[in-house]
Design a protein around this ligand. Sequence first.
Ligand code: 4AD
Ligand code: MG
Length: 431
Amino acid sequence: MTGTGILPISEALKLQPGAEVRVRGWVYRRRDLGDKAFVVVRDSTGIIQSVFTPESRSHAEARRVTVESSVVVQGKLREDPRAPGGKEIQGEELVIIGLAENFPIRRDASREFLLNVRHLAVRSRKMTAVLKIRHTVFGALHEWFRENGFYEVQCPMFISAAVEGGATLFPVKYVDESTVYLTQSSQFYLEALIFSLEKVYTVAPSFRAEKSRTRRHLTEFWHAEAEVAWVGLEGILKVEEELVSHIVRRVLERNREELDLLGRNLEGLKQVEPPFPRVSYDNAIEILQSKGIQVAWGDDLGADEERALTLEFDKPFFLYGFPEKAKAFYHKNDPSRPEVTLSADLLAPEGYGEIIGGGERIDRLDELVEKIKRFGLNPKDYEWYLDLRRFGTVPHAGFGLGMDRLVMWIGGLEHIVDSVPFPRTVARTYP
Ligand code: 4AD
Ligand code: MG
């Protein structure tokens, strides 16, 4: 009954005044002006205002309906410059499908409160816009990889050894009571799969027991990772810049409305085209020191240092040549300068910082065993990973892209939790 002749709100708004329309959705705003009842309805495509006068047979329903109730509204479309979209429905019928209780979210709700009722807050126009951008970002990523000869693969979430260091591992008691861990990165499995597919990628959650409460750390995040046989650092940087540019282009094409709703300044995004500038770690240290920031060569760069650097750039840039100590053991050292690695991070501009980490991998067995030991780790824990260097090893490189951070930057969001529907942080696993 309520399904016949229903139009998406965005479609209804395109019709000529005088057209009879029927829409369904949720009450976004409700108010009375004299004896008129105004009901603004939203669906996944937009919002439309309807007005019910005492002559309408649903006048009483329109007056009693509450915010966030689900409804079907029918009436005649007419021009109204004051209404959102420039048109409104002269309401004839309003059917209440689910009358909402007093909706707990008010305009002045705090960030903490909104996170506690995230299952309701995902309905907001802001979250809806972010989720639509996120949808484009994930779709465009798959599109680019598939158009460029990459195979999509799936890797396990239960693992037995650390990829990114023991400090952020999440232990899980396994079926046989032994301890396993949630994956921090699918990298090692991707490295195994290049021997059959050469160019592989995966999109999956990664887990980090991050104790720090920052604007850019989740304990569960969406990780897009790729690994390519027969390429070195420069080859993988090309993949990264092409991929990121493609994604940004798609969002600009498809999500103007959402970016506008979020108040995103588009000038920076429009400049995202390859090649991205490449800045050496050495140079970055000099830049930071010249700004009076206390860093020494060899230090890893934290959020504050990255922020200071990114404010110098208006498009994403690569920071390459990190010291050995600042990066995980699997990074290949530069043969012409062994104290630095053939690694690079991609930093997003406007203060956002690292969105990708990657580089060339050690492909020689003896070199890898030696570095594992130098890092105080046990080669026994990496037996199968070492096998990859025993059976037909090839030069290869790869990277990991934090999808939530990418959405955060593209959407111009303040905090990483704003980019995920149900964020998991050190302080939050509900709802
Ligand atoms: O730099 P990371 O730790 O690199 C790796 O995990 C590599 N094994 C990836 C690879 O080469 N296959 O993580 C990669 C990216 C970071 O640049 C960041 O964008 C994101 O993953 N990331 C996080 N995002 C949200 N919350 C966290 N706690 C994150 N940790 C990493
Ligand atoms: Mg990193």
